[in-house]
Ligand binder design. Sequence first.
Ligand code: CAA
Length: 246
Amino acid sequence: MRGLKDKVVLVTGGASGIGKATALRFAEEGAKVVIADFADGLEVVNAMKAKNVEALYVQVNVTDTDSVAAMAAKAIETFGRIDVLVNNAGITKDSMMKKMTKETWDAVIAVNLTGVFNCTAAVLPQMLQQQSGVVLTASSVVGLYGNMGQANYAATKWGVIGMTKSWAKEMAKNGLRFNCVAPGFIGTDMVRKIPEQVLKEKILVKVPAGRLGEPEEVAALYAFLASDDAKFINGAVISVDGACTI
Ligand code: CAA
């Protein structure tokens, strides 16, 4: 894709799942990649380095502003700039509303919503100084349409859309772009936690393709949205869901 070579791309939650596939896709496109994750991302980074990709792993807790500031500083110290932030880190703590606790509500808001705010705020001074940058954030079909057992998660995935649209309006004039990707049900550990009967009988039956998506199919959209081919796409939400919501 056009314009990704030598770009510095920071992927939160990049050690596994969609984040890992996204980091690998950007590496294939010739980008320099920072994997920022609470979990260990050294193995992924070392595999990239073995293929001559310039890559860095930073341990981060996206809910902690000091940790996030250190993440941005390390990326800038290592690569001199940040061109793309992929706000991919996210968690689920599913339960029906009547059983949802304040604790599980707060935990999901802290990572999926405040974490996106923290990471975006941390890279913005650099992007504004560059007068260029792209921030891509993981929404979800659950944010667009709701889902049983996911009031907390849905609130965050809808919330990031509002943040993204606001940022696009505020900072398009500074050469910055902000977009959301809304994955459907993708074959990752997060989806594998869904009870088998629910996944098979309630969710997969609604996907016309009859299968889960592949993490790489989401990664391809992130790469496109970060590329120069998408330079007039700003404030958008694009689904990659195999038509499960129509
Ligand atoms: N869609 C449709 N029906 C669902 C459902 C869903 N997502 N989740 C649960 N149900 C149904 C169950 O099939 C069950 O139906 P019946 O009464 O007809 O059998 C009923 O709701 C009650 O469900 P449980 O018996 O499982 O209730 P529980 O209280 O034991 O558990 C739950 C509730 C924790 C929400 C559990 O059902 C569950 O984990 N459901 C899946 C939730 C889900 O879809 N999570 C998506 C995770 S992936 C993700 O979030 C990534 C993304 O962005 C798409």
